[in-house]
Design a protein around this ligand. Structure first.
Ligand code: AMP
Ligand code: MG
Length: 282
């Protein structure tokens, strides 16, 4: 099995060129059917590890998803989270900031959604929008957004020092694949609700977005909070790579179930006595 965490991780200090990365890459697998076994294995292991994280109640996991429209943020969330227990997992989508959010610093709304101990949080878009859409559309001056890379690194470091593990995924597709997915949305009445005028407007800024992403990923891929660039033209491969990276990360934490808070031998005696009583009553 290829080590996707190693393969797709952006090393700290390296300079990313997105057009040098093949979005149709699919590893050693021919197709979805060939990857199905591995996908199911990851899903099962992910469920076990998330349960362990919740039980341990010591640290947390933050998964950040960023991508252009139709690249598969929603699909990844659906796939990756479907196997988790909702009691310990949360999803947050970040849209255009509300008036109240805009009245605060850009990390305010993000910080309040950071996962508490034992929890997994998934961000559908994130503070990275503040150096992406904000930059592409000149929503704030360059002097403001250009300082944010360092502010983001410091913020993420603070979360990590506090017991949060951070994984950041950029879902990489090409323009052709985006257009094909826009067409699927038109052809399927159940997906019409997903279509927005903005999709087509933003597509015109494709190159600006690629450049903004290259900068953000290059400047903010750190040892403590790495970026992973996931080839995502094939949805099944995207799911396989993302789930493998999450599983590997959680495995590496060596989490343990907490020691019982009770004396199990005493509890067994109590159970025995209670079941004797129950029998007598019948
Ligand atoms: P969607 O994810 O398709 O529901 O769209 C959410 C929209 O909110 C996208 O167009 C984002 O670019 C936009 N958005 C998210 N965060 C910000 C932000 N900080 N500033 C401006 N626009 C944002
Ligand atoms: Mg959209």
């Amino acid at each position: 099995m290829l080590n996707y965490a190693k393969r797709f991780r952006v090393e700290e200090g390296s300079k990313v060129k997105l057009d040098e990365i093949d979005p149709s890459y699919k590893g050693e697998h021919k197709n979805k059917a060939a990857a199905q076994g591995e996908l199911e294995k990851h899903a099962q292991r992910l469920a076990e590890l998330q349960y362990l994280m919740y039980a341990e109640n010591k640290r947390s996991l933050l998964i950040i998803l960023q991508a252009l429209d139709a690249a598969g943020k929603d699909g990844t969330i659906n796939h990756v989270l479907a196997c988790m227990n909702p009691q310990g997992a949360r999803v947050y989508g970040f849209k255009v900031p509300s008036a109240e959010e805009q009245a605060h610093d850009f990390l305010w709304r993000i910080h309040s959604a950071a996962p508490r101990k034992g929890y997994v949080a998934v961000f559908n878009r994130s503070h990275y929008e503040d150096v992406l859409v904000v930059r592409v559309h000149n929503l704030v001056p360059k002097e403001v957004w250009s300082k944010r890379f360092e502010e983001i690194n410091a913020f993420e470091k603070q979360l990590v020092d506090n017991g949060t593990h951070i994984l950041k995924f950029y879902l990489h597709i090409d323009q052709e694949e985006q257009l094909a997915r826009f067409k699927q949305r038109i052809d399927d009445p159940n997906r019409h609700w997903k279509i927005s005028e903005a999709d087509y407007k933003e597509r015109e800024y494709w190159n600006d977005y690629q450049k903004a992403y290259e900068d953000a990923i290059s400047k903010c891929s750190t040892k403590h909070a790495p970026w992973y660039i996931i080839p995502s033209n094939h949805k099944w491969f995207r799911n396989l790579a993302v789930s493998q990276i999450i599983v590997d990360t959680l495995e590496s934490l060596n989490m343990k179930f907490p020691a019982p808070t009770v004396n199990i031998e005493d509890i067994k005696k109590k159970y025995h006595a209670a079941s004797e009583e129950e029998k007598k009553g019948k």
